[in-house]
Structures are given as C-alpha cells and as structure tokens.
Design a binder for this molecule. Structure first.
Ligand SMILES: [Fe+2]
Length: 143
C-alpha cells in the first residue's frame, strides 16, 4: 500500500505546482473567479500532501520527499509556464482529478484488504472531495 500512497503523494505534489502555475498564468474575462478558485484548490491539495506524507511515515514506510522523485513518478504532468485561458485549465484539471480518484480507489481497496480503517476513511474523504470538484468543473459551460 505504501507504493500506492507514494504515487498519490507524488501526483499531489506535481498537481499542487500545476494549480499554482495556472493561478499565476490564467488570463481572460473570468480571471478573478478562476484565479481565486485555483487558490482554494491548491490550498486544499497542500493539506492533503502533508496528511498523506505523515500517513506513509506512520506506517514505517519510506516517504518520497524530493521534486526529482515526484517528477520521475507522477502520473500528473506539469504544464509550461505560459499564459493560459480558463477553459484549457478546467479541461486539464478535470483529468487530473480523475487520476487522483483512481489512485484513491486503489488505495481504499488495499486498505480494506489489509484492515487499515484510518487509511480507508481518509480515502473516502478525498473521493468525496474530488468527485464533488469533478461534478462542479463539468458544469462549466461555453468551453
Ligand atoms: Fe496568489
């Protein structure tokens, strides 16, 4: 299970950087809304990064903690540092949340098989958060 938790940690770290990149580089008529929403999103991811890292350590596992390792292992990929409109951002972010959902489902299955209720309940929390965000992003029209 620790390998999957490290993969989630890696994805979360790259995703955090990507969300802040978008927060800084977004342009368009809806700048204020998107800029602010992305800050809410990356602050949420930042809390999850620490929670998952400490969960890994509490299981006496090796915790991945360098950008080098994250970039080598993450399924979520960085984007270039350049101006971008919000439609492109939301389409891209939706896929990333779907990747995180897959990570969490896998970890939850393992946690239940290995009788780890705490890990399983953290995954429930994250799945609830990510599913709600996916639903909301899908409501954006005119993209
Ligand atoms: Fe900011």
């Amino acid at each position: 299970m620790c390998d999957d938790l490290n993969l989630l940690l890696s994805n979360l770290n790259v995703f955090y950087r990507k969300l802040q990149n978008y927060h800084w580089n977004v342009t368009g008529a809806d700048f204020f809304t998107t800029h602010e929403k992305l800050e809410e999103y990356y602050n949420c991811i930042n809390k999850q990064i620490d929670e998952i890292a400490e969960l890994i350590v509490s299981k006496n596992c090796y915790v991945m903690a360098t950008m080098k390792e994250y970039l080598e292992t993450s399924q979520i990929k960085e984007v270039e540092s350049k101006k971008v409109n919000s439609c492109e951002i939301w389409k891209n972010i939706l896929k990333d949340y779907e990747t995180l959902i897959e990570n969490c489902k896998k970890i939850k299955t393992d946690a239940e098989n290995e009788n780890c209720p705490v890990t399983s309940s953290i995954m429930d929390e994250y799945l609830k958060d990510y599913n709600k965000k996916c639903w909301m992003i899908k409501q954006i029209e005119n993209c």
